[in-house]
Design a protein around this ligand. Structure first.
Ligand code: ZN
Length: 213
């Protein structure tokens, strides 16, 4: 927050608006304090007095900033597309390093992939993610993200062909040799893929387990 106030304190500058990508505490945490310090309003999806709307155009230099609703990592997730310089502020939709956590019930793999496809259609020069370094090869990185999830999905469909299995069992098989501390996260990701496949009629629930369609 000190860095933001420092930049905003330069001559002729001020914080006019505080935009929040989603309600996770590492993104929302300092918003109210920053608002208090600067007098600027906070805007986010589905909350507050003036919630953001999909496709809303926010006034800014360079043709404005377009709000895009991009659920998946979280139900209230939005990204901000600064039109002139073609920069995407991606929150937790795309990260500078590593993969994004998509875990039910807050997360939806179906929504997440749709959101990635949505930003894949934008002309972008760079992506400023919520965590990690700036992404300077936006097109390649988005394609990589999509390919990674499609590959996981393919592995899951393949594993289901052998008969009904639980999400935990599938995670064990797909993430072989996984650090036990990451097992829960892996299981959540597999469950997100399974829910997507069930919604698409490509898998079905059999008791507490899942089977191919
Ligand atoms: Zn988050």
């Amino acid at each position: 927050m000190a860095a933001v106030l420092d930049r905003a304190g330069a001559p002729g500058r001020r914080v006019a608006l505080i935009l929040v990508s989603h309600g996770h505490s590492d993104h929302l945490g300092a918003a109210d304090r920053l608002a208090h310090e600067t007098g600027a309003p906070v805007r986010r999806w589905g909350a507050g007095t003036n919630p953001l709307r999909d496709e809303e155009l926010l006034p800014a230099d360079g043709g404005g900033v377009r709000v895009l609703y991009t659920p998946g990592h979280a139900q209230d997730h939005v990204v901000f597309y600064w039109i002139g310089p073609a920069v995407l502020f991606s929150g937790d939709l795309l990260l500078g390093t590593g993969t994004v956590q998509v875990t039910p019930p807050g997360g939806s793999m179906q929504d997440y992939l749709r959101s990635l496809e949505r930003v894949a259609a934008l002309a972008l020069t760079l992506i400023a993610p919520g965590h990690g370094p700036v992404i300077r090869d936006p097109r390649a990185r988005i394609a990589e993200y999509l390919a990674h999830r499609r590959e996981r999905e393919r592995q899951i469909i393949e594993a289901l062909a052998a008969g009904p299995r639980s999400a935990a069992d599938l995670a064990e098989a797909i993430y072989a040799g996984l650090d036990p501390r990451l097992r829960r996260a892996a299981e959540g990701t597999v469950l997100a893929h399974l829910e997507k496949l069930v919604a698409e009629g490509r898998a079905r629930r059999v008791g507490g387990r899942f089977a191919g369609a």
